[in-house]
Design a protein. Structure first.
Lengths: 320, 377, 525
């Protein structure tokens, strides 16, 4: 037990948390934007995977990691836009279309890698490189904090910055206002002249871009190659983080951090021969309990007639 | 009781029977149209993949040939096809039942592992007489899957909790527990690979190869079991009061409640039965295909089950047909990869495109309108 | 935009100022053939407060939608300030100074009042939102117009009155000169209503033209300058408020040209089947009544006065907060719909599309929902498809339902036929208590008479029947006794409605007259 504590309370562990949480934070924020705009984006997983693959391939062939990053993010965004077309124009069910797109991404990425490189496992033959880590010269000398903050990948910083940026976007800009109005009460938005579908498409584009950034981190941050299926369900977990975070930017950030912590813990404990899987299951159990609790509370509230006349407008956390 | 309108019986015959005949004819036609649309969708998806392959400069023609005819060339491939389809059918059925009740259950993944675990534990450790050695693990698998399904079922029915998030979370938990148990407690002694001890021979599902004297890979009597289960599901939905309640709740829950149906209980049962079926799929994997537990046994099958249910319109016959189709494509994909330089993932692409085309409900309308406009010009 | 043609409707306007709002021959027919509004002439001078009254289905809401651009007219012209206009959507109306406050408020729940007011035209540079400016502007507007709001409060946390004021401010913020209010006082307390009226008068004094729809004659008389009465999609007349009496208005609202004639024997009521004591729930306050076996009790009332909720309470679809309901000695107060059905209650719901039928299921499936797990439909846990088919065909023939096959989808049936399916199902259960809400809504004439006959049949077979209807003619033709409901309370009781006229009943429905409580609850212990 002692050695476990040693590991858990070490600066290396905290540094690892930030790194491991990066894809969760980015993808979850992306999921948040889409959900708040009224289009559930189940295809976060697909956006992440496409971005990871596209990024690595472009970086490998072009020699520029930045070109790879941009292309990766664009790939993620495009997939989300495809979801928009399917759901908003072609009447597809958002959930099924999302699952289908995830499947498409899985197949397309594996196929492309195999076709281009003849390797079913990934792009390790390709030297695609990674996005730079940032050494912070003065800060890294601070005991404790320095080791945690310095040396983090640029995308980790992007993830940390993304949360306040998304919050600012949602609550301080016209776009964010319209996005939230469209998600909560599309009728009201339409009645003041807001183009509901246009706003939703833009939200999806951003959502996919953020998920894409998460994917780019996987193949060009943590490691420097793409492995087939490397997202390993993180996109779905990010979705859970969106709900666990009560659809608010900082809440989602904390929830994503929670899942990241659990994953980092699982890895470390695995190294120590402690059953990491059970520990890493904790956040999911927690989410399940939280879900039940909030639902129970909502049920109880609706039984009392004390509330004033209900506003028309779909509550966002309601089950379909 | 006298009705004020009572024209002579003969007078009412003609227009009524004509309407009736027309209705039946339209119904047959609709089924034919649906079938054609589905076949068309598959054809379009294959075409798209073909074009993609062509674009990447590979031998598209040879790939198509291998894909479409490969599975039938050798009997072990046929066996693999049937075995795969068995698991996939059960998974599709497990999703179709909650779908009929308008519930989106994504919990098949967790339920499959739970079923595999339960059946393997029984099959490895309990010494049972011949027939029971198969039936008891199957029962355990169904129980485990059903119990797991009850969790999101109750949460949704009684609390209104979002069943999508609930099932995703439960999946994550069960998969981890399975991993843990397999790695730390169930690993076969003396083996370096991470896998459980093999199930007792009495519990392993008898291979069809033995009956037909022809190598059929892992195809086993589970196939017939699955067909029986599919028939049972059909019977449940079409001919029992519970099935009626599921169908009506799925069609209009307000009407169901108004009519006196116990909607929460119906929802719960739909999740439990679905879970039990997924558990059976897990048992098929453990007792039939792998003869034990392996890490990542189910792969992406659970989500494919959802896709199969969608394609099969949540109808037992459709689900089995769709599962056969998908599994055929998957085996064909492997053959294609062996024989040509085209990766089997092209099949995943085909499957995904099929899903997207099927769910884009407005697409046929748009296409029709586009064609009509072209004609008008 | 050309000047609009003049009509006779220019009552009392100064010749120089064109009317703020005008409609000439306005009509709206929906694609399915429903004629919601036809031949409407309207002329509202600038600065007038005009009330539009009429029963449900009279066309008031549709007219408002046409005036605001939410719907496009199929006939006629619209004019704003003397110029002909065509609204492609609400944006066009807003641009011309027409603002609307809907009955279902168009407010985003998690936004503050100020944020809702400026939604779509938010102040701020470079895509940012200047919340301080929004608050400032809202506060200024509120001050100016006398509509007190808390700009920084979240809209889902404030009173309904304030929400409504926020909607009005929204319209004012966009420069509305013509304000349309749809049933503004429906959800307000008396105090809030007074405040609203003060604000409306202030707005009018500053030059605003106000149109509002209302059911409440008292308020109409309090605040409007003139009243336009609508009935069955047309304008009956426009009168100066101070020159008209409530009786006149009521008579214009509910008068009917043709009378319904349903042949029936006098009722022979037996023992009390339904006993309701002090029943309370949402929108229902302390209702007590009895209905005996073999009698039809009609319930009249302007829609939205609690009759929908009362029926739902009696059917087990809602939970009462107080009181008891007994059916034939069974206390069904806290039972769910299934429990009520077991006790012998049948219910023809007022909205068959929402909960009276499952549209994509077959007619047969729809006919057996209340008996699907009992013989003869099911035996030993199995559905007997042949018996189901026989049952369905029997009911289809007995009720003359025009359907090709029992397996045809219920959604493919016309309104009248679908209602026949519902009625067939409910009546074939041989209920002890039949609750019939809007029995003939959306049903053609021929089927209507059919329904009436079946209803009387059920009564003669011993059922206690509660008939709720917005169609007074129907109620008067069928009821053995008549009750009137207003604001969730019973306000009138007629044990012998033979000589009752629609005009008189209208007076009770609109709250102009009321019976004393002793008369209403006589004999009810």
């Amino acid at each position: 037990m002692g050695s476990v504590l040693d590991v858990v309370l070490s600066t290396a562990f905290f540094a690892a948390i930030l790194g491991v949480s990066t894809p969760y934070v980015l993808a979850a924020l992306g999921g948040l934007l889409a959900e708040r705009a009224g289009v559930p984006n189940i295809a976060l997983e697909g956006s992440m995977l496409s971005a990871a693959c596209a990024g690595a391939l472009v970086a490998g062939y072009s020699g520029s990691v930045w070109a790879g990053a941009v292309c990766g993010i664009a790939a993620g965004s495009l997939l989300a836009l495809l979801l928009g077309v399917l759901h908003l124009y072609l009447g597809a069910d958002a959930i099924i279309a999302g699952i289908g797109l995830n499947l498409l991404a899985a197949g397309a990425t594996s196929y492309t890698v195999f076709a281009l490189l003849g390797d079913k496992g990934g792009t390790s033959r390709l030297h695609s490189g990674a996005l730079p880590s940032l050494r912070l010269p003065l800060i890294e000398d601070i005991p404790g904090v320095g080791a945690v903050l310095s040396g983090q990948n640029v995308l980790t910083w992007a993830a940390l910055a993304a949360t306040p940026v998304v919050a600012w976007l949602l609550y301080r800009t016209r776009f964010g206002f319209h996005l939230r109005a469209v998600g909560e009460h599309p009728e009201a938005a339409r009645s003041v002249g807001i183009h509901v579908h246009r706003v939703q498409f833009r939200a999806l584009a951003l959502s996919g871009a953020l998920a894409g950034a998460a994917g780019v981190f996987l193949s060009m941050g943590a490691v420097s190659f793409f492995v087939t299926g490397m997202t390993a369900g993180r996109g779905y977990i990010a979705l859970a983080a969106v709900f666990l975070g009560a659809l608010r930017p900082w809440g989602v950030f904390l929830a994503a951090l929670g899942f990241g912590t659990a994953e980092a813990l699982a890895v470390q404990l695995g190294n120590l021969d402690v059953p990491g899987q059970l520990v890493s299951a904790i956040p999911y159990v927690f989410t399940l309990l939280a879900l039940a609790f909030f639902a129970w509370r909502r049920r109880r509230a609706s039984r009392t007639d004390a509330a004033p006349a209900p506003l028309t407008g779909p509550p966002v956390l309601e089950s379909p | 009781m006298t009705s004020t309108m009572e024209p002579a019986a003969e007078q009412r015959e003609l227009p009524e029977t004509r309407d009736r005949r027309e209705f039946l004819a339209t119904r047959r036609r609709t089924v034919a149209v649906e079938l054609t649309m589905t076949v068309l969708t598959v054809a379009v998806a294959v075409l798209i993949a073909f074009l993609v392959v062509l674009a990447t400069g590979k031998d598209a023609g040879g790939a198509l040939d291998a894909l479409l005819t490969g599975p039938l060339e050798r009997t072990p491939r046929i066996g693999r096809w049937l075995a795969d389809a068995t698991t996939l059918s059960l998974l599709g059925l497990s999703v179709a039942i909650p779908f009929r009740a308008r519930q989106i259950s994504l919990g098949a993944e967790g339920q499959v592992y739970a079923g595999a675990l339960a059946s393997a534990l029984v099959a490895i450790n309990l010494h049972l007489p011949p027939v029971a050695a198969v039936l008891v693990p199957l029962g355990a698998a169904a129980l485990a899957g059903g119990a797991l399904g009850a969790v999101p079922g109750v949460m949704k029915a009684r609390l209104g909790a979002n069943e999508i998030v609930a099932t995703l979370m439960l999946n994550a938990v069960v998969v981890r527990v399975f991993d843990y148990l397999l790695t730390d407690h169930l690993k076969a002694p003396g083996s370096s690979a991470v896998q459980s001890a093999p199930v007792r021979p009495d519990s392993a599902l008898p291979l069809l190869s033995n009956f037909f004297e022809v190598p059929l890979d892992q195809a086993n009597i589970g196939l017939f079991g699955m067909l029986a289960v599919a028939a049972a599901v059909w019977f449940l939905l079409a001919r029992t009061p519970l099935g009626y309640r599921i169908r009506v709740t799925g069609s209009n829950p307000d009407f169901a409640r108004y009519g006196g149906l116990d909607v929460p209980r119906t929802i719960e049962w739909s999740f439990v039965i679905g879970g039990a079926l997924a558990g059976l799929a897990g048992a098929h994997l453990a007792l039939g295909i792998y003869g034990g537990l392996q890490p990542d046994m189910a792969g992406g099958l659970a989500f494919e089950g959802i896709v199969v249910a969608l394609l099969g319109r949540n109808n037992p016959v459709g689900v089995v047909a769709a599962a056969l189709l998908y599994s055929y494509l998957r085996v064909g994909g492997d053959v294609m990869e062996q024989q040509t330089d085209v990766g089997s993932d092209a099949v995943t692409i085909i499957q995904a495109v099929i899903v997207l085309l099927v769910t884009a409900r407005a697409l046929p309308e748009l296409v029709k309108r586009y064609l009509a406009r072209r004609e008008a010009r | 935009m050309e000047p609009i043609e003049e009509t006779d409707e220019t009552v009392g306007t100064a010749p120089a100022a064109p009317p703020a709002l005008q409609a000439v021959g306005l009509g709206k027919t929906y694609p399915n053939g429903t004629r919601a509004v036809s031949g409407v002439d309207l002329s509202v001078p600038r600065g007038e407060i005009r009330a539009i009254v009429g029963q449900n289905g009279a066309g008031k809401s549709t007219l408002m939608k046409l005036l605001y651009g939410l719907e496009q007219p199929s006939a006629g012209q619209l004019g704003v300030h003397g110029r002909r206009v065509r609204f492609a959507g609400p944006q066009d109306a807003i641009a011309l100074g027409v603002g609307m406050v809907h009955q279902n408020l168009m407010l985003v729940p998690s936004f503050t009042v100020a944020e809702n007011v400026v939604l779509g035209v938010e102040p701020g540079r470079a895509g940012r939102v200047d919340r301080a400016a929004a608050v400032e502007r809202t506060a200024a507007l509120a001050e100016q117009s006398g509509l007190a709001v808390d700009p920084e409060a979240r809209v889902d946390a404030v009173s309904v009155g304030m929400r409504q004021r926020a909607e009005i401010l929204k319209a004012l913020h966009r420069g509305a000169r013509i304000l349309i209010l749809d049933e503004p006082t429906a959800v307000l307390t008396p105090q809030e209503t007074t405040d609203l009226f003060t604000a409306i008068r202030r707005l009018r004094d500053a030059g605003m033209t106000v149109l509002f729809i209302s059911h409440k004659l008292k308020e109409v008389r309090e605040i409007s300058d003139r009243v336009t009465v609508m009935r069955a999609g047309s304008v009956i007349d426009t009168v100066r408020t101070e020159e008209s009496t409530p009786a006149q208005l009521a008579s214009m609202m509910v008068g009917r040209e043709m009378s319904l004639d349903v042949p029936r024997h006098p009722a022979r009521p037996g023992a009390n089947t339904l006993r309701v004591r002090e029943l309370s729930g949402p929108a229902v306050h302390g209702v007590s009544l009895d209905i005996a076996a073999g009698e039809i009790v009609g319930l009249a009332g302007v829609e939205g006065n609690g009759q929908t909720e009362l029926v739902e309470l009696l059917a087990g679809l809602r939970r009462p907060t107080a009181g008891t309901v007994t059916v034939d000695d069974t206390d069904v107060t806290h039972l769910d719909a299934a429990g009520h059905r077991r006790a012998g209650v049948a219910h023809v719901p007022e909205d068959r599309l929402t909960n009276g039928a499952a549209l994509d299921r077959s007619i047969a499936d729809n006919l057996i929902v209340d008996r699907h797990d009992r013989p003869p439909v099911a035996r030993r846990g199995i559905l007997r498809t042949r018996r189901i088919r026989e049952l369905a065909e029997d009911l289809i023939s007995r009720y003359a339902i025009r359907a090709p096959h029992p397996d045809a989808a219920a959604g493919a049936l016309s309104g009248g036929n679908l209602q026949k399916v519902v009625v067939a199902r409910e009546l074939s259960a041989e209920p002890r208590l039949l609750l019939a809400a809007q029995l003939t809504r959306g049903v053609d004439i021929g089927a209507m008479h059919f329904m009436y006959e079946r209803l009387v049949e059920a009564r003669d077979a011993g059922a206690a029947v509660l008939l709720v209807s917005a169609d007074l003619g129907e109620l008067l033709a069928l009821s053995d006794r008549l009750l009137v409901i207003k604001d969730g309370r019973l306000v009138a009781r007629f044990d012998d409605p033979a000589e009752l006229t629609e005009e008189t009943t209208g007076l009770y429905m609109l709250g102009v007259e009321r019976h004393p409580d002793e008369r209403i609850t006589a004999g009810v212990r």
